[in-house]
Design a protein around this ligand. Structure first.
Ligand SMILES: [Zn+2]
Ligand SMILES: [Zn+2]
Length: 242
């Protein structure tokens, strides 16, 4: 693995420690369609609302791989990307600091963060699992799965059943890890799967239009991960497509 790839994963892991919660989801290497450019933008880490489209929660993170300090131009081009990704908050991460002018230009809307490359030695990528998706192996570079905090599924089982949800940082596929039986499995877009436990539920992915909380942008689509029970389909996670 190149050290820059490791650096990207390290930044994703830091973000997941800082931002992952019941209401937000953290996606490493996300791809969303820009609202202005109409092209697919690659985002090193996308932090977004977990259950529906709420752009007020959206944060994009760019892990810059420069051997020099960031300058005003870097800040300005990142701000353009934030607008295209309809994100009001952005984090620019760099290993080598930034100029005073860049700091001034960033002002309130961009958070500049220095992550030193020495910290990479402490990162434990063993916490990341290899992607289980059969179509992930692009040029023998299989992705790794960033796991969420464990979640309890309490209403239907006693004792509470625990599962983790994760996303691959190459193909983006959802992964589910059942702590009851230990099974881990991936779900490509628009598929369904379950573990070996015989739970009265299964997991389903579906591409659906978001229920928007505001009308300041065109209608948006996401891949939803749903927990389907005999009586309900609950949103467990989402990957925005724009
Ligand atoms: Zn993958
Ligand atoms: Zn299970």
């Amino acid at each position: 693995m190149t050290s820059w790839k490791k650096y990207e994963r390290f930044v994703a892991e830091l973000c997941s420690e800082d931002y992952q919660s019941t209401n937000t989801t953290v996606m490493p290497n996300a791809k969303i369609k820009g609202c202005l450019s109409k092209t697919i933008r690659q985002v090193d880490v996308l932090i977004d609302s977990r259950f529906g489209d709420d752009r007020n929660r959206r944060i994009i993170v760019d892990a810059k791989k420069y051997n020099r300090p960031l300058n005003v131009k870097d800040v300005e081009s990142f701000h353009g990307m934030m607008i295209d990704c309809s994100s009001k908050v952005g984090i620019l991460v760099c290993p080598n600091g930034y100029s005073a002018a860049a700091k001034k230009r960033a002002q309130d809307f961009i958070n500049l963060k220095i992550v030193s490359l020495e910290e990479l030695e402490d990162i434990d990528l063993d916490l990341w699992d290899d992607c289980l998706s059969s179509h992930c192996d692009k040029k023998s570079k299989r992705g790794l799965v960033l796991w969420d905090a464990p979640m309890g599924i309490g209403a239907l089982s006693s004792p509470v059943s625990i599962s983790c949800i994760g996303k691959c940082d190459v193909c983006g596929d959802f992964h589910v890890w059942c702590w009851d039986c230990g099974k881990k499995f991936s779900l490509s877009d628009e598929s369904e799967a379950k573990c070996n436990c015989g739970h009265p539920w299964f997991w389903l992915t579906a591409i659906e239009e978001d229920e928007t909380s505001s009308n300041d942008h065109e209608h948006s689509m996401s891949v939803y991960l749903l927990l389907v029970t005999p009586s309900d389909a609950l949103i467990a996670d989402r990957k925005p497509l724009n």
